[in-house]
Design a protein around this ligand. Structure first.
Ligand SMILES: *Cc1c(COP(=O)(O)O)cnc(C)c1O
Length: 412
């Protein structure tokens, strides 16, 4: 059943046309504009079917075989399948698939390993760290003593010497490696070595690259990190949610940190949808997809650089590109607005060692739509024309509409 069927045949239209209109309008927006948000993707109709299933009705506190609610025998099977598939996909001894989001997974990792007041070394927020890596607006910054490391001003790569020096000076209880904006592979072996030297836990927050890891297009943090946190909805293309991977030694601590410490009942429809997504991610087709995502991002980065944008680190190893549009005469915020007016959807991001913000974009969604390197070059050219104000918004919007019309996210 295609999504259009699901929506058109849906009685939501009859019962609640107001909401049905909104769902259809959002579907239309996704299909007629260009989704370059680095964190987004189009999950499959099968994943959406699991999300929209009656498993959403089921309360299931606890874990399979040990629930606090009755009637869990069937949803227990869904969670066991999700856990088994995640373990197989990532070669992990243990998987917890209950985290409601990437942030909840990080919270659970800290809860499993740390006490309030502990020192944690993580990538600074202005250098690409996530809110959960010590933002004062987040529980992490409030409850832990975060020490930020950064990226080198010249290369844009993680400053290994600084990581080592800060670790030796501050003796953190945990080191976090992971970012919302780092376009290169992180050197997990290096972080493991530093963590071992100072007796720290290593937490890999692989929310972004975990889908590339699943497809064999990025190195895996699983052999190196004590706990790997991830989302299931970014490149991995599953439902919105989180998960944790760890060794058998930490399995019980991690499970108790998720439930009952930081969450209540598991969302069984989401867990079923995660199982579907893990099943998809284990296929050769997904591996080919993950490699295409990276190839597309490389072409997009090269295209943007050729157009004069300053691409951080000079390119990418992943799905993610960050760039400073300043050489074209606009700052990041203005650029985002101009691009949004043209139907090109992406975000601003902090640029390390800079005052103004840059642009962050990714190729996970457009690659799911079937776009290839030819389209990436066209996108880079179109973006530059918009940023140089060589085309008016309406004209650019039409160009975007023509481009995406050939690649419907949900055909049929
Ligand atoms: C996306 C992301 C998260 C949080 O995921 P949510 O599901 O939005 O809570 C955490 N850490 C990193 C590094 C991320 O990129």
């Amino acid at each position: 059943m295609t999504v259009s069927h699901a929506l058109e045949a849906d009685l939501l239209r009859r019962q609640d046309p107001e909401l049905a209109e909104i769902l259809l309008a959002e579907r239309m927006r996704q299909a007629t504009t260009l989704q370059l948000s680095a964190a987004e993707n189009f999950s499959s109709p099968a994943v959406l079917a699991a999300l929209g299933s009656p498993l959403a009705n089921k309360y299931a506190e606890g874990y399979p075989g040990a629930r606090h609610h009755g009637g869990c025998e069937i949803v227990d099977m869904a969670e066991r399948i999700a856990v088994d598939r995640a373990k197989a996909l990532f070669g992990a001894e243990h998987a917890n698939v209950q985290s409601h989001s990437g942030s909840s997974a990080v919270l659970a990792a800290y809860a499993a390993l740390l006490r309030p007041g502990d020192t944690v070394l993580a990538l600074g927020l202005s250098h690409g760290g996530h809110l959960t890596h010590g933002s004062p607006a987040n529980f992490s910054g409030r409850w832990f003593d975060f020490v930020p490391y950064g990226v080198d001003a010249e290369t844009g790569l993680v400053d290994r010497e600084q990581v080592r020096t800060l670790a030796r000076t501050h003796r953190p209880k945990a080191i976090v490696c992971g970012s919302i904006a780092y376009p290169r592979h992180l050197e997990y072996a290096f972080f493991r070595e530093v963590a071992d030297e100072v007796g720290a836990f290593l937490v890999a927050d692989a929310a972004h690259p975990i889908g590339l890891v699943a497809g064999g297009a990025a190195p895996s943090p699983v052999p190196y990190a004590d706990v790997v946190c991830a989302t299931t909805h970014k490149v991995l293309r599953g439902p919105r949610g989180g998960m944790l991977l760890c060794g058998a030694d930490l399995a019980e601590r991690v499970d108790r940190a998720v439930f009952p410490f930081t969450q209540g009942g598991a969302q069984m429809h989401t867990i079923a949808a995660k199982a579907v997504a893990f099943g998809e991610a284990a296929t050769p087709a997904f591996s080919a997809y993950a490699h295409r995502v990276v190839a597309n991002a490389r072409v997009l980065a090269a295209g943007l650089a050729a157009q004069g944008l300053a691409v951080t680190t000079g390119g990418t190893d992943t799905h993610l590109v960050t760039a400073d549009p300043a050489p074209l005469g606009v700052d990041g915020r203005t650029a985002r607005g101009l691009l949004a007016g043209a139907g090109i959807v992406l975000e601003c991001c902090a640029l390390p060692h800079a005052d103004l913000r840059g642009l962050r974009l990714g190729t996970a969604a457009v690659t799911t739509q079937g776009m290839g390197e030819e389209q990436m070059t066209a996108v880079a050219t179109l973006m530059a024309r918009v940023l140089r104000r060589e085309t008016d918004a309406q004209r650019a919007r039409d160009d975007v509409r023509d481009l995406v019309a050939a690649f419907p996210p949900y055909p049929g």
